[in-house]
Design a protein around this ligand. Structure first.
Ligand code: G3P
Ligand code: MG
Length: 250
């Protein structure tokens, strides 16, 4: 298995749109991140009951909408009417959950790069990877650069590799368990994205020696960022879009 897509991302990547300054994973967050100079965005994508890819971090609607329960038990016609902004503050009330389709439109119109994290509802891993992969190929059909697909869930990456082998893939890691690098290579990944305390110069060197890129999430303090940059990482995912300027030299 081989992911042949070109590397699509600049160094600085805004987490969930614009991190914590706007409601995560909404178009409002992407707009805010873009106003801070960000040109690349990470977002979490899962499937509605009727198979529409849309942005939501949690499996349930509880934290970021007025509704309760699993998002995957509802059709997109219902999910698309929910308020995904009011929980964050009154100024964002009524902000909808975006479909991947609408985020693709925004990203393509503005020349933004995307890191789509496959965030399957438990039990939906393979199907989520398959359907998001297919949908990304359709939405970015004419684009010069296409999104990086990442996931903590190997089955989701396998699904994406089935339907969209040409899209670049990355394995997300919240621990470095024995065999992590072999797993990333076996999944045909072009990058490994770790929780940032796991990364150091030796780990970066190991990843680079395997021909992969080394990225980290979610770095919000300048001292950690400086240390990781000195360690040689290839990209940083951050909430702190008001603190780190992609325009400044590293
Ligand atoms: O993709 C990196 C990061 O978003 C993974 O953690 O929980 O914020 O989706 P989480
Ligand atoms: Mg994420």
């Amino acid at each position: 298995m081989d992911a042949t897509g070109a590397w699509p991302l600049p160094f600085w990547i805004a987490h969930r749109g614009a991190g914590k300054l706007a409601p995560e994973n909404t178009l409002a967050a992407f707009r805010l991140g873009a106003r801070h100079g960000y040109r690349a965005f990470e977002c979490d994508v899962k499937l509605s009951r009727d198979g529409v890819p849309f942005l939501l971090h949690d499996a349930t609607l509880d934290r970021t909408t007025p509704e309760r329960g699993l998002a995957a038990e509802r059709d997109w016609s219902e999910l698309s009417r929910l308020d995904a902004g009011g929980w964050h503050g009154r100024s964002y009330a009524g902000e909808p959950l975006p479909s991947l389709d609408s985020i693709a439109g925004f990203s393509l119109a503005n020349g933004h790069a995307l890191n789509i994290e496959l965030k399957p509802t438990p039990g939906e891993e393979l199907r989520t990877g398959q359907m998001v992969g297919r949908e990304v190929l359709r939405l970015w059909a004419d684009a010069a650069s296409r999104p990086l697909l990442s996931s903590f869930r190997p089955e989701a990456l396998l699904g994406a590799a089935e339907t969209a082998p040409e899209l670049p893939r990355a394995l997300l890691l919240d621990a470095l368990k024995p065999g992590w690098l072999e797993q990333a290579r076996g999944l045909g990944c072009v990058a490994v994205v770790t929780h940032y305390p796991l990364m150091d110069a030796a780990t970066v060197a190991t990843i680079h020696a395997a021909g992969l890129r080394a990225l980290v999430y979610t770095v919000n303090d300048p001292a950690s960022a400086r240390w990781l940059i000195a360690s040689g990482v290839d990209g940083i995912i951050t909430d702190a879009v008001d603190r780190f300027s992609p325009a400044e030299p590293r």
